[in-house]
Design a protein around this ligand. Sequence first.
Ligand code: MN
Length: 193
Amino acid sequence: MVEDKLSKYKKKRDFNVTPEPYTSEKISKKARFVVQKHEARNLHYDFRLEVEGVLKSWAVPKGPSVDYTQKRLAIPTEDHPLDYIDFEGTIPEGNYGAGTMIVWDTGTYRNLKENDGHEIPIEKTIEDGRVEFILEGEKLKGAYALIRTGKEGKKFWLFFKMKELHRDNRDILKEQPESVLSGKTVEDLKKEQ
Ligand code: MN
């Protein structure tokens, strides 16, 4: 099952060359999320949710925000293996996604979607295009949503913090650019090459 979900991921990559993980062995009790800052051809942030043995993934060009007034475009990408959850490093030139990557934030999440007091499985909420969850990360905390919107043929997703009493208008991407795992920035990784 997990193998089927990862076929797209594996087809795009040559694991003799890229240091990216291809296994899903790092299982945890609580569902996790990760935001990876990825300085590829275009800088973006990859947002991933642990769902049924894989990491459901979206590329967020402008990155996440702690300000509920900021809605960010999110583009679905292929499911990633669980072991990608703590991947940092350099994807060599000529490979898919070539560039540097750090774990900008990580932690656990809690599904918020329910119907008559019963939790709707997160997988179903993704299918439905209405995903709501609490993030318990180091930088991102609180209720966030991923919503599919737009008309047929022109669908897209938005990723944003749900409305709260007090607006937090910090630019957290600028204020805290470093990895929560290593303390390194993507610039540090580039210099190490
Ligand atoms: Mn990426």
